[in-house]
Design a protein around this ligand. Structure first.
Ligand code: AMP
Ligand code: ZN
Length: 114
């Protein structure tokens, strides 16, 4: 989508700090980090949020989860614990309408989240 911020990041029209990329997934650093490690994991194909996941192929969905796991392990986030979050809808704090999973790590986390 031409007017979607994250689609423009996928097309490299907007710069980002990419930490992983393959055919279907991009992982880049959040511009306003809420933890010492704060990454965003997105499908390259635009869907608005998790409620549209069936628009992606099974392989694309798998790549999202697999790349989250691999990246977390590469950064050693499992040692102290990490969180994976997908805010869905304005009421939950979603500000960019392109599916994204936050990976947050290297600090303590409260439960339940606010
Ligand atoms: P959410 O509020 O859950 O929709 O998450 C959107 C995230 O995108 C926020 O944490 C923002 O800090 C982040 N963000 C917005 N613009 C950019 C950008 N240009 N590069 C990297 N992250 C961004
Ligand atoms: Zn998009």
């Amino acid at each position: 989508m031409d007017d979607c911020l994250f689609c423009r990041i996928v097309k490299k029209e907007i710069k980002s700090e990419i930490v992983f990329e393959n055919d279907s997934v991009l992982i880049f650093k959040d511009i306003n980090p809420k933890a010492p490690v704060h990454l965003l994991v997105i499908p390259k194909r635009h869907i608005a949020d998790i409620t549209e996941i069936d628009s992606l192929s099974a392989a694309e969905s798998y790549e999202i989860l697999s790349s989250i796991s691999k990246t977390a392990l590469e950064l050693g986030l499992e040692k102290s614990g990490f969180r994976v979050v997908t805010n869905t809808g304005v009421g939950a704090g979603q500000s960019v309408a392109h599916l994204h999973f936050h990976i947050l790590g290297k600090r303590d986390f409260a439960w339940p989240p606010g």
